[in-house]
Design a binder for this molecule. Structure first.
Ligand SMILES: *[C@@H]1O[C@H](CO)[C@@H](O)[C@H](O)[C@H]1NC(C)=O
Ligand SMILES: *[C@@H]1O[C@H](CO)[C@@H](O)[C@H](O)[C@H]1NC(C)=O
Ligand SMILES: *[C@@H]1O[C@H](CO)[C@@H](O)[C@H](O)[C@H]1NC(C)=O
Ligand SMILES: *[C@@H]1O[C@H](CO)[C@@H](O)[C@H](O)[C@H]1NC(C)=O
Ligand SMILES: *[C@@H]1O[C@H](CO)[C@@H](O)[C@H](O)[C@H]1NC(C)=O
Ligand SMILES: *[C@@H]1O[C@H](CO)[C@@H](O)[C@H](O)[C@H]1NC(C)=O
Ligand SMILES: *[C@@H]1O[C@H](CO)[C@@H](O)[C@H](O)[C@H]1NC(C)=O
Ligand SMILES: *[C@@H]1O[C@H](CO)[C@@H](O)[C@H](O)[C@H]1NC(C)=O
Ligand SMILES: *[C@@H]1O[C@H](CO)[C@@H](O)[C@H](O)[C@H]1NC(C)=O
Ligand SMILES: *[C@@H]1O[C@H](CO)[C@@H](O)[C@H](O)[C@H]1NC(C)=O
Ligand SMILES: *[C@@H]1O[C@H](CO)[C@@H](O)[C@H](O)[C@H]1NC(C)=O
Ligand SMILES: *[C@@H]1O[C@H](CO)[C@@H](O)[C@H](O)[C@H]1NC(C)=O
Ligand SMILES: [Cu+2]
Length: 571
């Protein structure tokens, strides 16, 4: 293997900012620009923040205020979402286009203003309009307060590892064409680690992420899945990692050879390096977990873990030795996924309690999955049986309005923008994981659920097999939720609640609903605003697998949504 000579040495973020002071306001400027980027010998213009893909990391301590001035210099409309940030009292800063704000148009700017309250760990930021997040994304790193330490071994170094997807074609053209024809979009051409596809693709060896380590040290890898449409397995040859945090919440540590990370999820893992210099390098690889029908990008991204050897020594040259390769779970291994996700548990101790809602005020049963839409007259569509692909929750395929839901809500002018009659249960009952109903057509609507302040909510998310069983990476804005139960087949409201874990379930903002199964989540609606919930596989979001919760103000002054910032973009 000759590629090691030409490796692109990625400047790992040497996290010198560990010395950051507390309680500060941190200022960032995000310039939305385009620049030419070459991967796999294809050059195209990409949209980016500060001409970087991934974009700059947001680094702060718990309790800090963050101000990000976003300036749009491109022809596209843009918004940025701070994925997983609770946005307590700052619903205007959440970012999904036409949900909390109108887009930032060409030559406009908007300053996102929020604090990082009660969270520490890794999250991500990304564009939240159309498919722009394919290249507009970056890490959010929330360090504990200065006088606090991690509830695990202090790492020697911290390294963000962001997974992404590279398309040789313009992703905006890919999704526009799919929505036009009704067929599935073309899949990506490569996965990337920190923007680099690695040596297993043609014309790509020079674009390889390389992590140089010292022996006998502990590294904290901040894993982020920013891929558009793919859940990913990840593994490092000859090394196990210890999972310590998921979605900026500490978990009970457990070690594993491989892991699953779905789009929108983040995970901190500890990597202990070997005590002496191994005479080889090691590949770290990711490939997809895929359960649906149809085609997907089944390629493999690889990076290199290399032990930095003393310069003047008689160690054999690493160049002559092939790297070890990891063994990833099979791309269809639902068994691995089930086993892995069951090991994720909240730390649930006195310092980091799991505040699982024990009583429930309102229960919802939501089917999630694919369906169809009629083909316009006199055109041919490429979806199932000549229809167009659609996706829905309780058969409602959510239509984005032309002004932001939050503005309509705040100004009391929701008439003609949205209704509050989103169904709490599937409109038609059938065997959701059995034979599909005769009519697979979805209903297009802009419906929401309205919740009183501090409502304790339980949602059972039920996958449908209408167009094949498929795992959906469901993301809720504005809240973390606890995954109190999951299983396969149809949820049984008589038997399944008895098996719920109300003690130490994992607390996250994004969770893969099992393929052909269900997951029960609980959250407390203690944050007034309008909060989007959607599949984080962007193709499913584009097809309508999305809805919104309208959380009303509480009685106290600090339980009310403040007025919008003066620079909030207009439609
Ligand atoms: C990108 O490449 C195209 C075609 O090679 C060229 O016309 C354009 O000027 C380049 N843009 C930038 C920003 O370099
Ligand atoms: C950010 O929000 C805080 C709290 O509402 C406010 O005091 C401050 O003036 C805002 N900063 C900017 C630059 O808008
Ligand atoms: C790496 O693992 C392979 C088998 O998977 C084993 O043969 C080899 O000895 C290991 N090498 C090191 C340096 O751990
Ligand atoms: C690597 O090779 C050197 C020289 O042959 C040897 O001294 C050393 O023990 C080897 N290291 C390991 C971990 O096997
Ligand atoms: C990936 O999919 C293509 C097209 O379906 C197939 O030809 C190829 O064998 C697959 N590769 C792997 C590694 O599964
Ligand atoms: C998963 O894929 C493997 C190899 O491609 C195949 O042999 C196996 O039957 C598949 N398993 C399931 C559950 O589909
Ligand atoms: C589940 O994971 C544990 C811990 O990694 C492992 O020991 C066990 O063999 C796994 N079981 C299955 C069925 O994969
Ligand atoms: C569809 O085609 C028919 C026959 O060619 C034509 O009469 C009709 O006007 C067309 N309808 C539309 C909406 O284009
Ligand atoms: C497509 O048509 C076939 C044959 O009529 C039928 O079996 C199948 O269920 C249809 N699929 C969908 C998604 O409507
Ligand atoms: C639903 O269909 C599946 C697959 O045919 C079957 O195994 C299951 O028993 C059915 N469930 C119910 C509740 O009818
Ligand atoms: C679906 O259509 C078939 C054939 O027309 C019919 O026998 C069956 O009763 C229908 N099923 C439902 C649930 O409507
Ligand atoms: C940008 O957003 C505005 C406001 O919603 C809309 O009127 C306009 O058509 C959008 N422009 C583009 C290029 O999408
Ligand atoms: Cu989905």
């Amino acid at each position: 293997m000759g590629f090691q000579n030409q490796l692109f040495i990625f400047c790992t973020l040497l996290l010198g900012f560990l010395k950051l002071a507390d309680g500060k306001t941190r200022h960032y400027t995000f310039n939305i620009d385009s620049h030419n980027m070459t991967r796999l010998c294809h050059t195209r213009s990409v949209l980016s923040v500060n001409k970087q893909v991934p974009g700059p990391p947001l680094v702060a301590r718990e309790g800090d205020r963050v101000l990000i001035k976003v300036k749009n210099h491109v022809a596209n409309n843009v918004t940025i979402h701070w994925h997983g940030v609770r946005q307590l009292g700052t619903g205007w800063a959440d970012g999904p286009a036409y949900v909390t704000q109108c887009p930032i148009q060409t030559n406009q700017s908007f300053t996102y203003n929020f604090t990082l309250t009660g969270q520490r760990g890794t999250l991500l930021w990304h564009a939240h309009i159309s498919w722009l997040r394919s290249s507009i994304y970056g890490p959010i790193i929330i360090l504990p307060r200065r006088n606090e330490s991690y509830p695990f071994e202090k790492p020697y170094k911290e390294v963000p590892i962001m997974f992404g997807e590279w398309f040789n074609a313009d992703p905006e053209a890919v999704i526009a064409e799919a929505l036009q024809t009704g067929g599935g979009p073309n899949v990506s051409d490569a996965y990337t680690i920190n923007g680099l596809p690695g040596p297993l693709y043609n014309c790509s060896s020079k674009d390889t992420f390389k992590l140089k380590v010292k022996p006998g040290k502990t590294y904290l890898l901040r894993l982020i899945n920013a891929a558009l449409n793919d859940e990913l397995f990840f593994s490092i040859a000859n090394h196990t990692v210890t999972v310590v945090e998921a979605d900026a919440v500490y978990v009970k540590p457990f070690s594993t050879d491989s892991l699953l990370i779905t789009p929108g999820q983040t995970m901190n893992v500890l990597l202990k390096t070997k005590p002496d210099f191994p005479n080889s390098t090691f590949l770290m690889e990711a490939w997809p977990y895929f359960t649906g029908l149809g085609t997907f990008d089944n390629s493999t991204v690889a990076g290199i873990l290399e032990y930095q050897r003393p310069t003047s020594s008689n160690y054999p040259s690493l160049k002559k030795l092939p790297p070890y390769k990891p063994t990833l779970p099979l791309m269809n291994s639902t068994a691995f996924v089930t086993n892995f996700t069951r090991q994720l548990r909240s730390l649930a101790n006195a310092k980091f309690p799991a505040n699982v809602p024990q009583k429930v005020d309102r229960k919802f049963y939501f089917t999630v999955g694919l369906g169809t839409m009629p083909c316009p007259k006199n055109t041919t569509c490429q979806g199932p049986n000549g229809t167009k692909f659609a996706a829905s929750i309780n058969n409602m395929s959510f239509v984005l309005p032309s002004i932001a839901l939050l503005q309509a809500h705040f100004s009391g002018q929701s008439n003609g923008v949205y209704t509050t009659d989103f169904p709490a249960n599937p409109p038609v009952q059938f065997n959701y994981t059995g034979t599909p109903p005769n009519n697979t057509m979805v209903t297009n609507a802009t419906k929401t659920v309205q919740l009183a302040y501090n409502t304790s909510v339980e949602v059972v998310l039920q996958d449908t097999t209408i167009l094949g069983a498929e795992s959906h990476s469901l993301h809720l804005h504005g809240f973390n939720f606890f995954i109190v139960g999951q299983g396969f087949g149809n949820y049984d409201s008589n038997k399944d609640p008895a098996k719920f874990n109300l003690v130490d379930p994992v607390e996250r903002n994004t969770f893969g609903v099992p393929a052909g199964g269900w997951a029960a989540i609980r959250f407390l609606a203690d944050n007034p605003g309008v909060w989007f919930m959607h599949c984080h596989l962007d193709v499913h979001t584009s097809w309508g697998l999305r809805m919104a919760w309208v959380v009303l103000d509480g009685p106290q002054p600090n339980q009310k949504l403040p007025p919008p910032p003066s620079d909030l973009p207009k439609c």
